[in-house]
Design a protein around this ligand. Structure first.
Ligand SMILES: [Fe+2]
Ligand SMILES: [Fe+2]
Length: 143
């Protein structure tokens, strides 16, 4: 599995959990919402860590104009999500919990979409398959 396939798989997994969270929310099932929130946070913590430790530095190394800026923005988008996660963990007010989860989900969906439509295609162009495979192994090991 190369780096792009691995990271896209992570995105799809978290999108699946978002759908389940929305269903739990629609059904007013608070216990299930909290359980899904915990699963979502585990996924996001792992995914942002391996991107920041392994993936983004490798992308920056390419020195492609525009791509370096997109990565810098990506790191700040991760930061916003981490702040939201910290706040959500301590929340007892259910309506605020739901509102913050909605904002977090929207942020992550936008961010993942940008990686898939902007970073990944440029990477296919500028990074050889051998390096993408090697990076996929490094990401899997970091997980
Ligand atoms: Fe990311
Ligand atoms: Fe990502």
């Amino acid at each position: 599995m190369d780096a792009i396939e691995l990271l896209t798989g992570d995105h799809d997994e978290v999108r699946r959990l978002f759908d389940q969270f929305r269903s739990a929310s629609d059904a007013d099932n608070e216990d299930q919402e909290r359980e899904l929130q915990r699963q979502i946070f585990v996924e996001l913590e792992t995914h942002t860590r391996i991107e920041e430790d392994v993936f983004y530095p490798a992308v920056k190394e390419l020195g492609v104009d525009g791509l370096t800026e997109t990565v810098a923005e990506g790191i700040q988008e991760h930061h916003v999500v981490k702040v939201l996660m910290r706040e959500i963990e301590d929340l007892s007010d259910h309506s605020v919990f739901k509102a913050k989860m909605t904002v977090l989900i929207e942020n992550v969906e936008h961010h993942a979409e940008e990686e898939e439509s902007d970073i990944f295609p440029q990477l296919r162009e500028h990074m050889g398959q051998e390096r993408l495979d090697e990076l996929g192994d490094q990401l899997a090991a970091a997980k």
